[in-house]
Write a protein that binds this ligand. Structure first.
Ligand SMILES: [Zn+2]
Ligand SMILES: [Zn+2]
Length: 167
C-alpha cells in the first residue's frame, strides 16, 4: 500500500499508523522449496523534532522441509522495521528512505526488509544434525551404525599438514 504521510511531514499530524496484510511475491532464496505466508505489516510513522521515523514489525511464516534433515518445519518470523523517512527522492549515500510528495511505497520497503531478514538456510533448528550421507538416518534421533563418516577432503588436508600429532 501507499502510505500518505503529507500531514506528518507538514506537522499537521503527529503520527500515522498502519496495520495491513499483503502478498510480498517471491521472498525466499532462489531454489528454496519453502513457502511463505502473506506478510502482516504494522507500526507507526511519527514526527519528532522534524525527523520522521517509521517503526513497526513485519510478521510472516515460512513452511517447508528442513534443508538438512527434510523434516517439515513451520517457523514464524517477526522482522523489526525501523527507518528514517525523507520527502526528497531516495539518496543513494544516506540511509534515508524516500517518500516523494509524502507518499511512501510501504510494500516495497517491507519486502526489502523481509528478504534481508530471511536466513539463507531453512533449518528445523540451528544445530540440526541432518541425515547420515551413507544410510540416510536422521541423526537428530541418535547416531547410526555407519561409524564416523570420513570426509576425503579433510583426510587430504590432514596429510598435507603432516598429520595432527596423534600418530
Ligand atoms: Zn533439520
Ligand atoms: Zn549412517
Amino acid at each position: 500500500m501507499i502510505l500518505e504521510l503529507e500531514e506528518v511531514f507538514s506537522g499537521a499530524s503527529d503520527s500515522v499508523g498502519f496495520d495491513y496484510v499483503f502478498d510480498p511475491g517471491e521472498i525466499t532464496p532462489a531454489g528454496s522449496p519453502a513457502e511463505h505466508s502473506s506478510v502482516r505489516a504494522s507500526g507507526t510513522v511519527r514526527a519528532n523534532a522534524g525527523v520522521v521515523t517509521l517503526r513497526g514489525t513485519a510478521a510472516f511464516t515460512l513452511s517447508g522441509p528442513c534443508d538438512r534433515c527434510a523434516a517439515p518445519v513451520t517457523r514464524e518470523y517477526e522482522v523489526p522495521l525501523e527507518h528514517i523517512l525523507s520527502q526528497s527522492p531516495e539518496d543513494e549515500e544516506s540511509d534515508l528512505i524516500g517518500a516523494p510528495g509524502g507518499k511512501l511505497d510501504l510494500d516495497a520497503l517491507v519486502r526489502e526488509d523481509v528478504i534481508l531478514f530471511i536466513p539463507m538456510s531453512f533449518l528445523c533448528s540451528e544445530d540440526c544434525k541432518g541425515l547420515c550421507p551413507v544410510c540416510g538416518k536422521d541423526l537428530n534421533e541418535g547416531p547410526c551404525s555407519c561409524g564416523k563418516p570420513v570426509d576425503p577432503r579433510l583426510e587430504a588436508l590432514r596429510a598435507l599438514l603432516g598429520g595432527d600429532g596423534e600418530d
